[in-house]
Design a protein around this ligand. Structure first.
Ligand SMILES: C[S@@+](CC[C@H](N)C(=O)[O-])C[C@H]1O[C@@H](n2cnc3c(N)ncnc32)[C@H](O)[C@@H]1O
Length: 436
C-alpha cells in the first residue's frame, strides 16, 4: 500500500547540524565539515520556514525533531514549530537532553511534545564521555533524563552499539530502567557514509545477535520495554524469541517516512547521503515522487526478492544504506544479511476473536488523510491503516452514534460477518478503534 502514498506519514526533521556533543559514531559527525554555529542565520530560518510549510501542505501526520541537537535551536524555531502544532501535526523529539532545563520543558509542553528519545552511549561515564568526545556528557544526559521524567515526559533511551560500548549493554539498560525510562533501545551502529575506515566500530554478526539476547535478558530481568531501531534482515535473528521481539521493524525509508535536512534537502532516511530534491525548490511532494525506486522493489537484491521469499511481507531485506556504505551499491546485499532462509520462525499473533455482537467505535485521536485508494487512518507511526471510502464513512459515523457491529459492516460490503469481524480485529490491533 505504501507504494501509492501521496506523501510521507512521518518526517524526521534535522533542525540543525550543531550539537552539544561530538559522538564519534554519529553519521552527522562524519558528514559535517567545520563545526557549525548554534544560532540559525536569517537564510537558514527562511529554509526552515519553507520546510514547515511543506510539511503542513503535504499533510504529514507526525514530525520527529532531530539534528544535530534540536534543543539548541528550539527557541529560535518556535514560530515554525507552533505552526506545525496548530496545523495538527504531532511532534516528538530525538535529543541528548544535555540542554534540558525549565525553559526547554516549557517550550516542549507548548509544542505538545510528550515523547522523547534520548541517546546514552554507556552506563560507564568515562566510556560515554569518550564516545561523545565531550567531558561531562554522561552527567548532563543523566540529569536531563531525570528532569524530563520528573516533569512527566515519556523518555526512551537509545544506545548506539559499536565495538566500543558493546560490553556495557546490560548495565546501560539497567541504568535506563533505574532512571525510570519507558523503554531501552539498543541499536547497531551504521557505518557513516564518508567514514573511510569504520572497522573499529562496526559490529560482527555474532555481536548483533548477542545484542538482541542482552535486550531480551533486560526485558526479563526488569520488565522494561526493549527495542532496536533498525530494520534487520530476517535471516540475522538467531532464534524465534529474538525474531519475535525485533523482527517486525521494516525499513520505512521513502515508503512511509523520509528525512528533511537542515538545508531543506530531502533524503529517504537519516542515514542516507542522497538527496532527491529540496524543500525550497521542488518541495516535499516533488522529492517524494523522485524516490519511487525506494518503494517499487527495484533496489532489493534478487537473493532476497526472489529466492528467500520473506520479502516484502516478513523482511525488508535489511538496510539499503548499509549496502551502499559497505562498498557495493543501494541494491546490494545488506552486509549483515546471511544469504540463507531464516532459521528463526516468524511470530504470528493470534487474531483477537470477538463475538458477533461486538461493537466498535473510532478512537477520537485517529486522523485521516485522503489518498487515491481511499484514506489513511493514522494513530502513530506504528499504528496506521489504509482503508477505503466505505469504511472511512462507517468509522466516522461511529463518533456520533453508538458504534458499529460486524453485521452492519458486513451489510455495507455485502460480505460475511466473519469477514467483518476480521476487519474489526485488524482495526483494534492497530488502535484505530476501541471495543465499546
Ligand atoms: C543523530 S542523533 C540527533 C539527535 C540527538 N542529538 C541525539 O543524540 O539523540 C539521532 C539518532 O541517531 C542515532 N545515531 C547517530 N549515529 C548513528 C549511527 N551511526 N548508527 C545508528 N544510529 C545512530 C542517535 O543515537 C540518535 O538516536
Amino acid at each position: 500500500m505504501y507504494t501509492r502514498l501521496s506523501a510521507p506519514l512521518d518526517v524526521q526533521w534535522e533542525l540543525t547540524p550543531w550539537c552539544t556533543y561530538n559522538c564519534v559514531h554519529c553519521y552527522n559527525y562524519w558528514r559535517r565539515g567545520k563545526r557549525p554555529k548554534r544560532t540559525l542565520s536569517a537564510k537558514q530560518l527562511e529554509v526552515h520556514n519553507k520546510s514547515a510549510q511543506e510539511i503542513i501542505n503535504s499533510k504529514v501526520f507526525h514530525v520527529t525533531l532531530t539534528g544535530g541537537e534540536p534543543l539548541g535551536v528550539l527557541e529560535q524555531l518556535m514560530p515554525e514549530l507552533l505552526a506545525l502544532k496548530d496545523a495538527g501535526v504531532r511532534i516528538s523529539i530525538n535529543t541528548n537532553l544535555a540542554l534540558m532545563n525549565k525553559r526547554m520543558i516549557s517550550l516542549l509542553r507548548q509544542l505538545g511534545i510528550r515523547a522523547i528519545l534520548t541517546s546514552l552511549m554507556s552506563a560507564d561515564p568515562t566510556l560515554n564521555d569518550n564516545i561523545a568526545q565531550t567531558k561531562g556528557a554522561y552527567r548532563r544526559t543523566v540529569a536531563g533524563i531525570r528532569l524530563a521524567i520528573a516533569n512527566g515526559f515519556r523518555v526512551s533511551v537509545n544506545m548506539v552499539i559499536s565495538q566500543k560500548n558493546f560490553h556495557t549493554i546490560y548495565e546501560t539498560g539497567k541504568l535506563a530502567y533505574e532512571l525510570g525510562a519507558q523503554a531501552f533501545c539498543a541499536t547497531k551502529v551504521s557505518k557513516p557514509f564518508n567514514c573511510k575506515d569504520f572497522s573499529g566500530y562496526s559490529l560482527l554478526t555474532q555481536q548483533i545477535q548477542q545484542m538482541f539476547r542482552e535486550l531480551v535478558r533486560l526485558k526479563r530481568d526488569f520488565g522494561i520495554q526493549v527495542a532496536s531501531l533498525e530494520p534487520y534482515p530476517a535471516c540475522l535473528f538467531p532464534d524465534d524469541e529474538t525474531r519475535a521481539e525485533f523482527g517486525d521493524r521494516h525499513c520505512s525509508a521513502a515508503r512511509t517516512s523520509c528525512t528533511l535536512g537542515f538545508d531543506g534537502a530531502i533524503r529517504p532516511c537519516s542515514h542516507a547521503p542522497i538527496s532527491y530534491g529540496n524543500a525550497i525548490e521542488i518541495g516535499l511532494l516533488g522529492a517524494w515522487q523522485n524516490m519511487g525506486m525506494w518503494r517499487d522493489g527495484s533496489l532489493i537484491p534478487a537473493a532476497c526478492a526472489v529466492e528467500c521469499r520473506e520479502y516484502p511481507k516478513f523482511c525488508s531485506a535489511g538496510c539499503r544504506i548499509e549496502s551502499l556504505n559497505a562498498g557495493t551499491n543501494l541494491s546490494g546485499s545488506d552486509p549483515y544479511c546471511l544469504g540463507s532462509k531464516p532459521v528463526a520462525q516468524r511470530f504470528v499473533a493470534k487474531p483477537e476473536l470477538f463475538p458477533a455482537s461486538a461493537v466498535i467505535r473510532l478512537l477520537s485521536s485517529v486522523r485521516f488523510r485522503k489518498e487515491d485508494f481511499g484514506y489513511i487512518a493514522y494513530r502513530s507511526s506504528a499504528n496506521w491503516q489504509a482503508i477505503d471510502s466505505t469504511l472511512h464513512a462507517i468509522l466516522k459515523s461511529t463518533l456520533n452514534e453508538k458504534g458499529v457491529t460486524a453485521k452492519q459492516i458486513a451489510q455495507a460490503y455485502n460480505a460475511t460477518e466473519s469477514d467483518a469481524l476480521e476487519t474489526m480485529s485488524i482495526l483494534i490491533t492497530r488502535h484505530i478503534v476501541e471495543q465499546v
